[in-house]
Ligand binder design. Structure first.
Ligand SMILES: CC(C)(COP(=O)(O)OP(=O)(O)OC[C@H]1O[C@@H](n2cnc3c(N)ncnc32)[C@H](O)[C@@H]1OP(=O)(O)O)[C@@H](O)C(=O)NCCC(=O)NCCS
Length: 223
């Protein structure tokens, strides 16, 4: 699903205020500091609570393996300022051939500053630019208005509400389901630049985005 470009741990994305990069073993303590908090874990499908010892190590190992296999793109979020401990995670996980599911979590002291929206928007642009998927899916617990708002700001459309399996929460829970179609993203992304390094992959998705444009005489140009 994900191309060679994202399957090497030098891959990183830059936003106005953030770096998104592969998680590293040395991020374990920083990840534990926020993933172990109940207010973070309880809103997610996969973060256990209480947070077992070495869980962050296992997550980082698994995340790097899935990144390398091209099954997913799990990225750690840091600020671009001088001191850069990881304060969040954003993941895009392949769901069959045509869909990707995204998830994210941030340390509470960083909430309310627009960081999740900034990271999610970059992940969306990257997924659509570098993979041929048709849509991105996300869901959020019905008691999680902040997550719902992140998805709305990032352009997702609300689909419906239903019971979804949240493994780490031990059962089915009511969740709001959201979807972003490639066609809708293309419409809204026209004025945004491609993610850095996206030009290195000339695949079907890039071809759509970078299709030659005819001038008045009919001659084609790659703008
Ligand atoms: C969800 C989460 C990632 C949001 O991170 P964040 O960096 O605060 O998000 P942003 O600042 O980009 O946007 C949050 C939006 O939610 C709004 N919001 C926050 N709390 C809210 C509430 N109780 N009711 C309504 N809106 C709320 C904010 O005002 C903001 O919207 P605005 O920009 O229109 O004002 C963060 O709260 C988190 O990590 N939660 C725990 C894990 C989690 O829920 N993950 C998602 C699983 S689906």
């Amino acid at each position: 699903m994900f191309p060679d470009l994202t399957r090497d741990d030098v891959f990183r994305l830059e936003t106005k205020r953030l770096w998104l990069r592969w998680p590293r073993a040395s991020d374990s303590a920083a990840v534990t500091a926020f993933a172990s908090l109940p207010e973070v874990a309880q809103m997610t499908a996969n973060i256990p609570h209480p947070y077992p010892a070495k869980e962050a190590d296992r997550f980082i190992f698994r995340a790097r393996a899935e990144n390398a296999e091209g099954k997913a793109l799990h990225l750690a979020i840091t600020r671009k300022s001088a001191v850069r401990p990881v304060f969040g995670l954003v993941s895009a996980i392949a769901n069959g051939e045509s869909e990707v599911e995204i998830g994210y979590a941030l340390a509470p002291e960083m909430w309310g500053k627009g960081y999740a929206t900034e990271a999610v928007r970059m992940m969306i642009d990257t997924v659509f630019a570098l993979t041929p998927v048709l849509r991105i899916l996300a869901n959020s617990r019905v008691n999680n208005p902040a997550s719902r708002r992140v998805l709305e700001k990032a352009g997702f459309a609300f689909l419906d509400t239903g019971l979804d399996w949240l493994g780490a929460r031990g059962g089915m829970h009511p969740c709001d389901r959201f979807r972003l179609e490639r066609a809708d993203w293309r419409h809204s992304a026209k004025l945004r630049p491609l993610p850095p390094m996206a030009h290195q992959r000339r695949d079907e998705a890039d071809a759509i985005l970078a299709a030659p444009v005819a001038d008045r005489t009919g001659e084609l140009h790659d703008y």
